[in-house]
Design a protein around this ligand. Structure first.
Ligand SMILES: Nc1nc2c(ncn2[C@@H]2O[C@H](COP(=O)(O)OP(=O)(O)OP(=O)(O)O)[C@@H](O)[C@H]2O)c(=O)[nH]1
Ligand SMILES: [Mg+2]
Length: 453
């Protein structure tokens, strides 16, 4: 998205539809001119006032609050004028039309935030947090996005970056002032620093993993033989009859998805067609879909109704027959304990956890959700949670790998090569804040924003 950032942009910044108030935002050098023409008043720096808003023929379109922010102390870093009118789309469109007549152009999605980033007001991860703050699916995810926006993530990344840069300077100094430095003590000092840098990166990686889950949610597929109660469980979790339940095996064909808030994590549960050999073409297609869902899920709930004598290993083996590509964590779930006259609870004798439930009367469901949570989010402080994206995680992981494989043995003979490894680690971390970024990446990030933000 290589754009012209000299021109003035305008967009409706409030949501579509009718509301008490609607906001039109203008950013760029023509903001003052547009403000004067529409309101008849010349704004002072950071001033707001109530005024009639006029169209080209001088007719009053509406009356509302006009706010003027003088750059660089504004969201975008440019002059901004905001019109708060009545929230009727016709009025808001009239204001946009008038601004365009006065020289502005319609803003692209995310262009206000993009300008903020390009003008150095916020880093790229903070710009992403703006979108995540708007899109947050749970209170916890939204709070975390707000923390990222205040720079919590950026500060953590920067602190590691500063330390790696410090190591890089030491290596560069050793190249420049070769005679004055003791190579052994340099190696030792770099190694000591690298231990701490890797430790901090590891910590940040696991927090970022949680950050991605907060934003994207977790995908959980309910898999099992026909009639074990998969749809009953989905309905219990949803709190309504989303999927058809019947005692006829092979009822569910299409995957049925719901999203619920589990302690602030959006969890997407998918109910699937029961797995069995079948000659029914439609049911077989349904089972093929079960396989696809299971392959892409983070966690698989393998539901069954076997007595306790059945070995966990055998159950897992049965599940694994569905596909060779099951990468998600597995939880075994024994359903219908009301019929088996068993207690709810969780056991962990083998490779995976085994939870007893009754989807019918709800017993054990909370234990099941807690077991899910433990797998999704290691119990840690929620205070410094932040949202993150796959690209952040990739950069953190790459930087970690580079530091893990630094060739300290080369410090004596080829320190330039070691310096280059450190430089590469810095570049990876710089990608997060956007200090180094491609136009393609920026285009990809900002095009996903809504118009007006
Ligand atoms: N007693 C008891 N019955 C249950 C329980 N869970 C499900 N059932 C019953 O088991 C039968 C099958 O339930 P479903 O939820 O349709 O089973 P399913 O696994 O979705 O079956 P398919 O869609 O055919 O693969 C229904 O008659 C349910 O009422 C349970 O916890 N206890
Ligand atoms: Mg079903």
């Amino acid at each position: 998205m290589v754009g012209n950032f000299d021109d003035t942009i305008v967009a409706v910044s409030s949501a579509q539809g009718r509301a008490g108030v609607g906001v039109v935002r203008v950013s760029g050098s023509l903001s003052r001119h547009i403000c004067i023409n529409m309101s008849g008043l010349s704004p002072q720096k950071n001033q707001f006032f109530y005024s009639g808003l006029r169209n080209k023929s001088g007719q009053v379109i509406d009356s509302g609050i006009v706010l003027f922010f003088e750059g660089p102390n504004s969201y975008t870093g440019e002059d901004i004028v905001e019109f708060q009118a009545h929230g009727n789309p016709i009025i808001l469109q009239d204001i946009v039309t008038r601004a365009v007549e006065l020289g502005a152009r319609q803003a692209r999605p995310g262009e206000f935030t993009e300008r903020s980033f390009r003008n150095g007001k916020i880093s790229l991860d903070q710009a992403e947090a703006v979108a995540d703050l708007i899109a947050g699916q749970t209170k916890r995810a939204t709070l975390s996005a707000a923390r990222t926006l205040t720079g919590l993530f950026a500060i953590k990344v920067n602190s590691i970056l500063t330390s790696i840069r410090e190591s890089l300077f030491q290596i560069e100094a050793s190249i420049d002032f070769h005679e004055d430095l003791d190579p052994h003590s340099l190696t030792e000092s770099l190694k000591r620093a690298a231990v701490e840098q890797k430790e901090k990166l590891k910590e940040l990686i696991s927090k970022a993993e949680v950050g991605i889950r907060l934003k994207e949610g977790v995908f959980v597929t309910i898999v099992g033989s026909p009639n074990v109660g998969k749809s009953t469980l989905l309905n219990k979790l949803a709190g309504s009859d989303k999927a058809i339940v019947s005692d006829v095996p092979g009822t569910t064909r299409d995957p049925v998805e719901i999203t619920i808030d589990v302690s602030g994590i959006p969890v997407h549960f998918v109910d699937t067609a029961g797995i069995r050999d079948t000659l029914d073409q439609i049911e077989a297609t349904g089972i093929e879909r079960t396989k696809i869902e299971a392959e892409k899920s983070d966690i698989i709930l393998y539901l069954h109704e076997e007595a306790v004598s059945c070995d966990d290993g055998i159950l897992i083996e049965k599940l694994r027959k569905l596909s060779d590509n099951l990468t998600g964590d597995i939880i075994l779930v024994r359903n219908k304990i009301d019929l088996l006259e068993m207690e709810s609870g969780v056991s962990n004798t083998g490779e995976v956890k085994h939870v007893n439930i009754s989807a019918y009367n709800g017993r054990g469901i909370n234990t099941l959700l807690n077991t899910l949570l433990e797998l999704m989010v290691p119990s840690d402080s929620k205070e410094d949670e932040f949202v993150a994206r796959e690209r952040h995680l990739n950069s953190l992981r790459k930087a970690f790998e580079i530091l893990r494989n630094v060739s300290f043995d080369l410090l004596n003979n080829s320190p330039e090569l070691v310096a280059e490894e450190y430089r590469q680690a810095c570049r990876e971390l710089d990608l997060i804040s956007g200090r180094y970024s491609t136009e393609e990446l920026l285009g990809d990030i900002f095009s996903r924003f809504c118009i007006g933000k």
